[in-house]
Design a protein. Structure first.
Length: 280
């Protein structure tokens, strides 16, 4: 009897460690350079990275090495996996998916590499859905379908204090239209066609966060949804946002509070908050 399908993603999925462990999801670490230090993102202290960003230190990101994927794929094969579904951050935002594809060619079991066209908990929910199907004995086609359905239907709505970090990292995409706004005007963003795109501009932080919730509620509509609130740095606003969403989304079946990947935080900047709306 063929073994289970293994599911692998990358650290930009923002999956809480207990969730990844519970469903047996392999997480490949994207790389971060802070000053002269270059390492996998989980080897950095989050508060230190935030401090470096605030101080204006150069912080850069890089995809995982091909070898990191190869050994993860080999490990899954050695444990009896019949196939691997490897789902990753948008190829328009990172070369991560290409590294996975290169490694997949060197493995003796089928490896299906998916470009999610997104990142954050939209990617995290897709990986989790795929892993649940795999755990129930689903074959690779069903596992792929579960991941694709989830990342295609999920929506990221993002608040950033400033667009400066996206500009520095070259990930600003269509949101460059918002550059030059007054300091008090706060941008709300989303992901579209695999890159950052503008939604609207709102005067003042409080109004912007209210609008963030309104957009999430509109996006959820009358569907059953899972919600994730993602933050980059300690922030009491996430509790307030969570309370507002619970009050306004009677069909919210579950919610997750997650720390943003430091890779995403390096591009979004300190103080960034995101809401993921994911129909189930």
């Amino acid at each position: 009897m063929p073994g289970p399908v293994a599911v692998i993603t990358d650290s930009t999925a923002c999956l809480p460690v207990p969730v990844a462990k519970r469903w047996g999801i392999g997480v490949i670490q994207v790389q971060l350079q802070v000053g002269e230090q270059f390492d996998e993102e989980n080897r950095y202290d989050r508060d230190e990275v935030i401090g470096q960003l605030r101080a204006g230190a150069p912080v850069k990101t890089a995809p995982p090495e091909v070898a990191a994927f190869f050994w993860a794929f080999q490990d899954a094969a050695s444990k009896g996996a019949s196939a691997i579904v490897s789902v990753h951050i948008s190829g328009r935002m990172s070369e991560t998916v290409n590294a996975a594809r290169e490694a997949a060619q060197q493995v003796n079991i089928p490896v299906h590499v998916l470009d999610s066209g997104t990142t954050g908990m939209s990617l995290g929910f897709a990986a989790t859905s795929a892993a649940k199907v795999a755990a129930a004995g689903g074959q690779a086609t069903r596992v792929i379908d579960a991941a694709e359905r989830r990342f295609r239907s999920s929506r990221e709505i993002l608040y950033v204090d400033t667009l400066e970090f996206l500009r520095r990292g070259g990930r600003i995409g269509a949101a460059q239209a918002f550059l030059g706004s007054a300091f008090s005007i706060k941008p709300l963003l989303t992901l579209k066609n695999g890159e950052v795109a503008p939604l609207t501009r709102v005067p003042g932080q409080r109004r912007a966060l209210t609008k963030l919730v309104d957009l999430a509620v509109d996006c959820a509509g009358d569907q059953d949804v899972e919600i994730a609130i993602t933050r980059f740095g300690p922030d009491e606003r996430d509790l307030e946002i969570g309370g507002r969403l619970r009050a306004r989304l009677p069909r919210m079946v579950d919610s997750t509070l997650a720390d943003a990947s430091m890779i995403l935080g390096a591009h979004l900047g300190p103080g960034a908050l995101g809401i993921t709306v994911s129909p189930v």
